[in-house]
Design a protein around this ligand. Structure first.
Ligand SMILES: [Zn+2]
Length: 678
């Protein structure tokens, strides 16, 4: 018996040797897969920086912001990454990896920073803030990064390579395969957007969805190496008190000083901005936002308009343009605002050279200034409502030449635009990829997009988006196919049909359906950043809802014995049932029955409240600030209902527990009758 084992071992090592010998000719590097665990047995010991041990020591979270991601200090980051690897490798293969502190000349799989690398570094390349490299050095494996965040991304990439998925936030959407072998694929990866890949929820959300999202971000390699503050600010200037004391600090609009905006040419305003930035930096901020207050109403005083150098001022799209005598087209708002920010940056750089200054470059100040910005300034521009005569390509090109660090702000979902309705308008996966490639080509280093916690309608987009932000050239057809197959198993085809109702032909990737359905690609709309839109704008038609209902009904039956698939389809059934209740609200517009109208609104809202912890719809604005805008057509009949006056009260309170299977089944049957489905 022992002989046979020895023989098998020898054959095994011979095979390994042959495979190395065969592949090592390629550019002198080994590019064939490396087996880390075989038949649930580790082939290598994991070697780590001794400082991260013991692994069960808690880690220090340094940033836990809704718009950002969980961030640990460097030691904690590595410790959590190793813990993540150990946990999931055990779940996948049943194997307990052995972890030891590395020593000079130890043998194994080193996971850690390049600065602590235990062997000679002949194969290691420059990896940037978040990149990583996986490879072999002689008999040893290395999984390395220049910074600890890269270790996190390496581990999650390795887990995804095994088939692990975190499709949507929440435990229901985590997919962990079973496999006795763990294979590593040698590669070097650096994210396409290496200063930030952020999807954040407008209006915020509740506690469990926040934690679900942080976990989703962690595994999908989202986040940023530097947290850049960019929000609108008043620089501690009081728009009521200071306006009374110093009206000349404020914008001259139509001949009147008004407290809408500041006059960015006034030296005392620039001084206040500087003091504000210094104070924030002194209090420990790693970046300070200098973006103006939201809205229009910028200054028209002689100093501000003086930046036109005598050129004729033209008011266009809420901002001011002029062609200077030297022929350069300038926007007076951009000229004065970014000049002020440059002055702040010069002072800041002397005392706090590491602190970045963030500012939007959009709306009335979309047009890049005529001068170069200080190297510590980060500008975040947007592809919507660009108030500049430049085309998008020219605008991004010019921002890239004016500023060292440019980010793009996106709008993948905004509650008061789409109201959680299922139609995607221009936000189709293929268009998202085209756009991201375009930004990447024009030097954008960060992409930060507003979204809603509405994974019912938008989840597939957000998931595809996360994969594209890491690698803008990823094959999205493969990502979508993988999503159907891994998330829904035997119901993959039904779910492809379900998604094609809302996402169009672009998501039909299983090659099993006729591709003559109508494409949604010709729908276009033009949003205004200050507008709220008609709640009826993207409503699904009754017939589209009926078809979607049928697809989910079929999918649910196909996965009846498999809980992990059933739970995911149940969440989408809850979303479609929510739309069925919304459909009834709009049906009541044709009746005069006030009670029926109020009852329908109450039913939609209460069921929405029950979805609080499912991440399917954006419950926060529904129960909170946007309720009356959503139901604006019913304002006269709602005004005497207490719930309409008080956010998150009565039937507008969030409900922690979603419907269970039995309750959902009951509602589902009722919905089938509603849509006339046999
Ligand atoms: Zn002014």
């Amino acid at each position: 018996m022992k002989f046979f084992i020895t023989l098998l071992k020898n054959i095994f090592f011979l095979l390994i040797f042959v495979s190395i010998a065969c592949t090592s000719k390629h550019n002198g590097k080994i590019s064939s897969p490396i087996i880390l665990v075989k038949e649930s047995t580790p082939l290598y010991t994991i070697l780590v920086d001794p400082n991260i041990l013991p692994l069960d020591k808690g880690s220090n979270i340094i940033e836990n912001s809704e718009r950002g991601v969980i961030a640990y200090d460097s030691i904690g980051e590595q410790r959590e990454a190793i813990n993540t690897l150990l946990f999931y490798v055990n779940q996948i293969s049943g194997c307990n990896l052995k972890v030891e502190p590395f020593k000079k000349n130890s043998h194994g799989c080193y996971i850690g920073l390049t600065s602590n690398y235990p062997w000679n570094k002949k194969n290691i390349e420059h990896l940037g803030e978040e990149g990583f490299q996986i490879g072999k050095e002689g008999e040893n494996i290395f999984i390395v990064a220049d910074n600890s965040l890269g270790i996190r991304h390496a581990v999650n990439t390795i887990l995804m390579d095994q088939g692990c998925r975190w499709f949507f936030p929440g435990k229901e959407w985590e997919e962990i395969p079973k496999n006795q072998t763990i294979t590593l694929f040698p590669s070097k990866q650096i994210p396409s957007f290496d200063m930030g890949r952020i999807i954040w929820y407008g209006y915020g959300t509740y506690e469990k969805p926040v934690s679900d999202k942080l976990n989703w971000d962690y595994h999908n390699r989202m986040g940023t190496p530097v947290f850049i503050n960019i929000g609108h600010t008043n620089y501690d200037i009081d728009f009521v008190k200071d306006f009374k004391l110093h009206p000349e600090w404020f914008a001259l609009v139509d001949g009147q000083r008004t407290a809408t905006k500041l006059c960015y040419s006034h030296p005392e305003v620039i001084e206040r901005m500087t003091q504000y930035a210094l104070k924030m930096a002194k209090n420990g901020a790693s970046s300070v936002s200098l973006s103006p207050a939201d809205g229009r109403g910028f200054c028209e005083c002689d100093l501000c308009f003086g930046t036109a150098q005598g050129g004729e001022i033209k008011k266009e799209g809420g901002t001011f343009f002029a062609t200077r005598p030297d022929g350069v087209l300038v926007c007076t708002v951009s000229e004065t605002l970014f000049n002020a920010i440059n002055q702040v940056a010069n002072v800041m750089a002397e005392k706090y050279p590491e602190v970045l200054l963030g500012c939007y470059g959009y709306s009335s100040y979309s047009h890049p200034p005529s001068f170069k910005l200080h190297k510590n300034i980060f500008v975040q521009t947007t592809t919507h409502y660009r108030r500049t005569p430049l085309n998008l390509s020219e605008q991004l090109e010019l921002w890239g030449s004016r500023c060292n660090q440019v980010g793009i702000r996106g709008y993948w979902s905004v509650y008061q635009w789409d109201w959680d309705n299922p139609l995607l308008d221009i936000y189709l996966p293929e268009i998202i990829q085209k756009d991201l490639k375009f930004y990447h080509k024009h030097n954008a280093k960060a992409f930060v997009t507003e979204a809603s916690n509405n994974w019912g309608p938008r989840g597939l987009n957000y998931y595809i988006g996360s994969q594209l932000l890491w690698n803008v050239n990823v094959n999205i057809k493969e990502v979508i196919k993988d999503f159907y197959e891994k998330a829904f198993g035997p119901a993959a085809e039904s779910m492809e049909r379900y998604y094609s109702h809302w996402y169009g032909r672009g998501v039909m990737v299983l090659d099993t359906l006729p591709s003559n359905q109508n494409s949604l690609l010709d729908i276009k709309s033009d949003f205004d950043e200050f507008g709220a839109y008609d709640p009826k704008q993207f409503l699904a038609s009754k017939s589209a809802l009926r078809d979607a209902y049928k697809d989910l009904d079929e999918a649910s039956k196909l996965v009846a014995d498999i809980p992990k698939y059933q739970k995911r389809i149940d969440q989408l059934r809850m979303y479609i049932y929510y739309l069925r209740l919304r459909d009834e609200v709009w049906d009541t517009t044709s009746t005069n029955n006030v009670e029926a109208k109020i009852e329908a609104i109450k039913k939609e809202t209460t069921f929405g409240a029950k979805l609080t912890n499912t991440n399917m719809i954006h419950t926060k604005p529904l129960l909170g600030n946007a309720f009356m805008r959503l139901f604006k057509y019913y304002e006269p009949i709602l005004k005497d209902i207490p719930e309409s006056q008080q956010r998150e009260s009565g039937w507008r309170l969030p409900i922690e527990t979603p419907p269970d299977y039995a309750e959902l089944e009951q509602l589902w049957e009722e919905g089938k009758k509603y849509f006339g489905i046999e």
